[in-house]
Design a binder for this molecule. Sequence first.
Ligand SMILES: [Zn+2]
Length: 42
Amino acid sequence: MKYCPKCKSADIHPYLPGFFNMYECKKCGYIGLLVIEKLNKK
Ligand SMILES: [Zn+2]
């Protein structure tokens, strides 16, 4: 899972095809390289 660093929303998606390192948050409009990745390992 990836989370927005601004609003902590999981509603974050790759910004553009090809720009796989950039993400856009659909909730707050954040666009950037930095996302929070959370691993669901037990
Ligand atoms: Zn956000």
